[in-house]
Design a protein around this ligand. Sequence first.
Ligand SMILES: [Fe+2]
Ligand SMILES: [Fe+2]
Length: 339
Amino acid sequence: MPMPILNKKLKTQFVRDLKDKDQVQNPFLVKTSSVGLDKNSKPFMNLILMDKTGEVEARVWDDLSRHGGQVNADAFIWVEGKVQLYQGRRQVVVKSIQILREDEVELNEFLVEARLNAETLYKELLQFVHSMKDPFYKALAESVLIDDAEIVSKIKRAPAAKSVHHAYPVGLLEHMLSVTGLLDKISSHYGSFLDRDLMFLGGFFHDIGKIWELSYDRVVDYTDEGKLIGHLVMGVELVERKINSLEAQVGRLPGAFPLEKRLLIKHVILAHHGQYEYGSPKRPKCLEALLVHYVDDLDSKVNSIRMFVEKDESASRWTGLNKQYERYFYKSDSLVGHK
Ligand SMILES: [Fe+2]
Ligand SMILES: [Fe+2]
């Protein structure tokens, strides 16, 4: 019997190509969905639509009761509407929505392609691991970043966040490498009073719990484990597990894993958000932990502001309002000219 030909709705418009005043009639993947109220207390639905080329905001004003509950993150929808510019950003004003089944779309048209080469970045990360001197710290790094195939495969795909910074495939690995590279330069600059290997472990492991904190097969979201435990504690649990397993392997370590080193690496992970109100149960209490925190903060800010400025589409020299930083950014030639 011949196979029925599925009538798939293929994309003819991609997010990257949408321009002001374009009519939209295409399938999209819903990244986020929320309901807000306008100045007159009229409810509207705020969506972020995505496909493999990017993301665009969308507003739904009509028929909210019909769509509510169905238009959720991870849903495929057929959208009809029009693009308009709002505060320098494109926005689709939606006229109608229809829910699509997964077999009605071509999945590859929606999954974001990694713009970074994971294999190249991973090899660079291994250079840092190979350069470590402390046999205990080095064995710990190897047990996670080389020996554990499941972790390595997740590291080669995971984003570093849902939206704040490095929020794209392989973003976590890019962030790990960037933080470790900066820590390497800082350790050369200040010299031998800093424990370079401990800082390297901070670069590798401070956010490694994100490979389980986030789900990223389709839309990036928090997992139950991420919401209930979080990446700082998950990182500490990983370190505890790996040290115990290294100790159980005959001849893998020069002796018992020193308690002080075990405590210090856990502290660097637990303190990397810097302050209690940013989720750190401990504030940095050694220089290495303080530097990991500062460099982590620096790297995430550089990345998030760069992405924000690059994505701004207004013709002005100034971006729209950045809510996270509560300011408008100037679009310098050096940044906008090097997309
Ligand atoms: Fe973090
Ligand atoms: Fe980080």
